[in-house]
Write a protein that binds this ligand. Structure first.
Ligand SMILES: Cc1ncc(COP(=O)(O)O)c(C=O)c1O
Length: 389
């Protein structure tokens, strides 16, 4: 079954940028726009259904993460959840803890929240990553001190899909009394995860990466972690995120979490199989011109980032309107400089400029994979290629 939005369009291999809203998610949200308009905080009949919807969504998301419902704070998306994590935890830390540790490969929402803290006197350290984009826990061990307030390291990288050794990293943070945050925007719903097994204190969830709408997300906050609000006002979301709840979108996120939980771990295997098929097809057609960017095994199931010798990623995609994919994160599109993530991994600029990020999801089929590989290889090998380096 294809998604109605994808039926007649180009092959969509850009699920890491955003995902179509699942029809079942839309069904779960619509009653809270069409009928149940009440403010969940009101004391009358009209509040009942919206309040119950928010509570149900909190249960559904907590269930997916292995968390307690009261540890979920709904936000207006991923950037807000990251900002709450970084600023909320750093500003609530004891006065002796004025250092933050992160990676150069983090999403701009994390990096820029770190910049804002730096401007307020925090010392921010960016640990190096290896050629696969992984951080060595020994480097965290060497860099962390009793002055570290917070460590923020994403679970799965949005460009390469590289997964970090989160439980090892969080154990080091915990041993030093620092709060550990992971931006799991790209991982939630794609791989089975549990906040206790990961040992994280804070974890970012993004609705539109998991078949819910844009503009809704959540931050998991482990019970007892001191936090300050970044949006002030009424006492919603345990006083950490003021504002009348976006009930329809919260219901959508809850339903998306329930759908993800129901299809895991099968969905992980299906996506990894399609991802590997796409990789093998590209290698079969283009031989040793194809280079994998990111970790060969420790990688999100739906993410394939490859550089192809002799091409410019953006030019290649511009010449292929039948394929909707990207060269890096959507935030980077429109910027004609090589991906900072790939450069931080030590890749030369020409290899970074030759990168394609092909990200697969719920409605990707075997046929999509074969057609995409054929289209790419035809374009790469076309005589008088229109994609000069
Ligand atoms: C890893 C990661 N974190 C955060 C975000 C930001 O989420 P949002 O677009 O909901 O603000 C994204 C989405 O681009 C992402 O990929």
């Amino acid at each position: 079954m294809t998604h109605p939005a994808l039926a007649d369009g180009p092959i969509f291999l850009d699920y890491n940028a955003t995902t179509p809203v699942d029809p079942a998610v839309l069904d779960a949200a619509l009653p809270y726009l069409a009928v149940h308009f009440g403010n969940p905080s009101s004391g009358h009949h009209y509040a009942d259904a919206p309040r119950a919807a928010v509570a149900r969504a909190r249960d559904q998301l907590a269930e997916l993460l292995g968390a307690q419902p009261q540890e979920i704070v709904f936000t207006g998306g991923g950037s807000e959840a990251d900002t709450l994590a970084l600023r909320g935890a750093a500003l609530a830390a004891p006065t002796g803890r004025r250092a933050v540790i992160t990676l150069p490969t983090e999403h701009p929402a994390v990096l820029k929240a770190c910049h804002s803290l730096q401007a307020e006197g925090f010392v921010v350290t960016h640990l190096p990553v290896d050629q696969f984009g992984r951080v060595d826990p020994a480097d965290l061990q060497a860099g962390i001190t009793g002055a570290t307030a917070l460590v923020s390291i994403a679970y799965g990288n949005s460009e390469t899909g590289t997964l970090q050794p989160i439980s090892q990293l969080s154990a080091i943070a915990r041993a030093h009394g620092a709060v550990f945050h992971t931006d799991a925007a790209q991982a939630v719903g794609k791989v089975a995860l549990d906040v206790d097994e990961l040992g994280v204190d804070l974890l970012t969830v993004v609705g539109h990466k998991m078949y819910a709408p844009k503009g809704v997300g959540a931050l998991y906050i482990r019970t007892g972690v001191p936090m300050q609000p970044i949006i002030h006002g009424g006492g919603q979301e345990h006083g950490l995120r003021a504002g009348t709840e976006n009930v329809a979108f919260i219901a959508a996120l809850g339903q998306a979490a329930a759908l993800a939980a129901a299809e895991l771990p099968g969905s992980t295997h299906r996506l990894a199989g399609l991802r590997d098929l796409l990789h093998h097809e590209l290698q079969r057609l283009l031989l040793d011109r194809v280079h994998l960017n990111g970790h060969p095994t420790q990688r999100l199931p739906g993410t394939l980032n490859v550089s192809i010798d002799g091409i410019h990623g953006r030019a290649l995609l511009a010449a292929l309107p039948e394929l909707a994919a990207s060269t890096g994160s959507a935030c980077h599109e429109g910027v004609d400089t090589p991906s900072e993530v790939l450069l931080a991994m030590g890749l030369p600029a020409d290899r970074a400029s030759a990168a394609l990020r092909l990200s697969l999801g719920r409605w990707t089929t075997i046929d999509d994979v074969h057609r995409a590989a054929r289209l790419i290889s035809q374009q790469v090998t076309a005589p008088l290629t229109s994609t000069p380096v």
